[in-house]
Design a protein around this ligand. Structure first.
Ligand code: SAH
Length: 346
């Protein structure tokens, strides 16, 4: 694309946080070598809106049981080769306490859709709130609305539920038995009852087009997301998409940069998936609009059993190592680890 048009579109996005679908698509289709200005301006916007602080969100992957069969995910029910585990209530609370001692301000409780009893999750939330000063994000997939409400009342602050793709047909193809409508309704409901909501997409899912990615950004604006994440698709051997191509660093960075310009107030993570396909992936995202990193604090004996995708980084590390390593990455970029909770900027 010609550099004048790139500059005009990027300047418009920078100033108005708005672009037409065709223009978003044009930027997503341009060669990354032509897009220095897009990445620079996204970094500039990040600096203006978020400053140099990077928020850390400690993830506890507390259960790999899942009743769903998402075509891309290694935790899918029909992956009979995966050894499943589920942390007990006390283990989850203990891990959260350890995360707090390591200096984390937020803990993310993530699992497959394992139907962990809603009342027990509520007790875990209350106990973490009583014993630490942590903000709590839930990332448990879709549950009934009563459960979302119960957990909010128990003290959960945020809910992370990626819409994965804004294309209904593609969504329903890859999520057998699930509906796109329910996904979006869940996000809207979560917002209504006071959660800060995070969502996002898998980049380069087979069948996804730049047009669909443009729709992902427009949908994310409509949803008024507090957080938007994007990670490249990574094929997992025990899934129907085993033979498909890995997503690209380039498309993930373009999407990250556009997320910052079109949703300037959103928190944007440099994802573990991007760090998995490129050793410098998270650094690159932090220089293209991202302001969040989500280190793993799950006990190392469970990590390799939470194989959403293969070769996930840090599987052999301990929580303390991850904290140090991430701190080093952030310092090397001249940025600093935030000492605040990093609540929504909206
Ligand atoms: N059960 C929860 C958590 C899912 S795992 C939920 O449904 O929200 C967290 C995220 O991992 C998913 O939302 C998806 O975006 C991502 N993911 C799963 N499989 C992947 C793969 N093969 N490649 C890249 N990202 C993947």
């Amino acid at each position: 694309m010609n550099q004048f048009r790139i500059k005009r579109l990027v300047d418009q996005a920078f100033e108005q946080a708005e672009l037409a679908k065709e223009d978003i698509k044009a930027l997503l289709t341009a060669d990354i070598a032509e897009l220095d200005y897009l990445l620079q301006q996204a970094d500039q916007k990040r600096k203006e809106v978020c400053g140099d602080e990077v928020h850390l969100r400690a993830i506890i992957e507390f259960s790999s049981y899942c009743k769903q069969n998402c075509h891309y995910c290694g935790l899918r029910k029909e992956n009979h080769k995966l050894e499943r585990y589920q942390l007990k209530k006390d283990e989850i609370i203990e891990t959260a306490g350890m995360a707090s001692e390591l200096g984390y301000q937020t803990v993310v409780l993530q699992s497959g859709e394992d139907e962990y009893p809603a009342a027990e999750i509520a007790e875990i939330i209350k106990e973490i709130k009583n014993t630490t000063d942590l903000a709590i994000t839930l990332s448990l997939g879709e549950r009934d609305f009563a459960a979302y409400k119960l957990w909010r009342e128990a003290g959960a602050d945020r809910y992370l539920l990626k819409h994965e793709t804004a294309d209904q047909a593609l969504y329903e193809k890859y999520h057998p038995g699930m509906s796109f409508e329910n996904r979006i309704e869940s996000l809207n409901y979560l917002k209504t009852i006071g959660y800060q909501i995070g969502s996002g997409v898998i980049i380069d899912l087979p069948g996804q087009t730049p047009e669909i990615l443009a729709e992902d950004l427009l949908l994310s604006q409509d949803l008024k997301l507090d957080m938007i994440g994007s990670g490249p698709f990574i094929p997992h051997e025990q899934t129907p998409l085993a033979e498909s191509k890995t997503g690209t660093v380039e498309m993930t960075l373009k999407f990250t940069a556009l997320s910052r310009l079109l949703l300037p107030l959103a928190h944007i993570p440099a994802t573990t998936a991007l760090g998995t396909i490129d050793a410098e992936g998270r650094q690159k995202a932090l220089l293209a609009g991202a302001n969040v990193v989500m280190p793993n604090v799950t006990d190392s004996k469970y990590r390799e059993k939470y194989q959403i995708y293969p070769e996930k980084i840090c599987v052999n590390e301990e929580a303390g190592d991850c904290r140090q390593c991430i701190g080093g990455i952030i310092a090397s970029l001249g940025r600093e680890v935030s000492q605040t909770k990093g609540h929504s900027l909206r």
